[in-house]
Design a protein around this ligand. Sequence first.
Ligand SMILES: Cc1cc2nc3c(=O)[nH]c(=O)nc-3n(C[C@H](O)[C@H](O)[C@H](O)COP(=O)(O)O)c2cc1C
Length: 475
Amino acid sequence: MPKLQGFEFWSRTLGGARHVVAPMVDQSELAWRLLSRRHGAQLCYTPMLHAQVFVRDANYRKENLYCDVCPEDRPLIVQFCANDPEVFVQAALLAQDYCDAIDLNLGCPQMIAKRGHYGAFLQEEWDLLQRMILLAHERLSVPVTCKIRVFPEIDKTVRYAQMLEKAGCQLLTVHGRTKEQKGPMAGTASWEHIKAVRKAVGIPVFANGNIQCLQDVERCIQDTGVQGVMSAEGNLHNPALFEGRSPAVWELAEEYLDIVRQHPCPLSYVRAHLFKLWHHTLQVHQQLREELAKVKTLEGVAAVSQALKLRCQEDMSRQQEGVRPADNLPAFHWICQPYIRPGPREGSKENSGGRSKRALEEEEGSMEGLSKNKLKKQLRNPHKTFDPSLKPKYAKCDQCGNPKGNRCVFNLCRGCCKKRAFRETADCPGHGLLFKTKLEKSLAWKGTQPGLQEAQQVRPVTPSGFSEVVGSALA
Ligand SMILES: Cc1cc2nc3c(=O)[nH]c(=O)nc-3n(C[C@H](O)[C@H](O)[C@H](O)COP(=O)(O)O)c2cc1C
């Protein structure tokens, strides 16, 4: 069957999806996607996957895609970050049988994307992007799509979108914030930019940014004319957003934990989800926040969830009629609701007390005083300095651009070093890889075994023969 394109792809393959769960590193994992789909999401994206790692590392492919196959988890778009046409296409070819389209991340504004040269840091490299999209469009059996951030100028954003469309992009998600609008500087997304793109291209467009409830979805579609709306933070705080419901926070937590039992994921993902889902409740019941941070098992998390449910139910039963929710919240803390991130200097209860780790980290650079955690660290080590300019700079792996191991003899990251050391039967003590030493030991041992010596002469040991000896070291 010929590959469907543009609007036909959106309406037939994606079922005309309007309610879309965003790609979210460590957060749009299978269990969360299934929860969101049960509550109105019609299309989900995987978290961003690193194309180069996906190509070279079979375990990464298994852990991040192949083991997460589930018939209810469709339609699904797999997102990659990449900056090389061949690598992008190789990764996409390995993923295309497990999804309905491949998305290129052109929106990540984080430092890690700057260092790895991907995401929004490719925004100015139109020639490279054209080549990446064109090659993917030609070689893949599924459509290629892009998720972009806007430029400050509407006309440049429009030309950018048109360039991607011309190269073969079949669906565009426009996050209406610029690369600089992140963390405490995120502000609001510009639907004006999104509307202008929608008018100027002939492919379906999803809007992203400022979506906190179902009314926002309807308003955004009306104002901008887009085909669908994507939500990240709104979905994390209320996965029933697309149903237009705001359930009790423990209800969705319990349902999510049940799904995680069937489709396990790292505990760090689960914890991060619950911190968001319970954001407002944990402001009130700080003890539970600490317990959640400390638990080490899924059953431990379930126990915290049970305790939180009881506390919330007590709070509900004590609630007097006519009393409004505290802190100008739209609903009481036990109801799933949006979290509006405070601006850079905005005064709020959060700014005076138990703020999130992330909020503290984001302001790190601009704070004159030190956070509680940093003060504690300084007490333990009086010579510790928190001046960002004195932080050691990450040196890059010569091969893939990830941070290299400090003591690596090859100047590579662990993954690349392991491959090279294996190929060359070498040691890298910095990474604890001892292929050469193990081979020598194994040969010495074989030398002491009379029966084996004979076999040795018939079959000389080469690096590939070596794999039989230490194959398990690579598992
Ligand atoms: C926890 C988290 C992880 C994210 N990871 C990704 C990602 O992997 N790929 C991507 O394109 N955007 C990622 N984003 C950005 C979102 O997809 C989205 O563009 C952004 O949050 C704006 O949407 P919102 O206003 O609905 O939050 C992430 C956002 C969050 C909150």
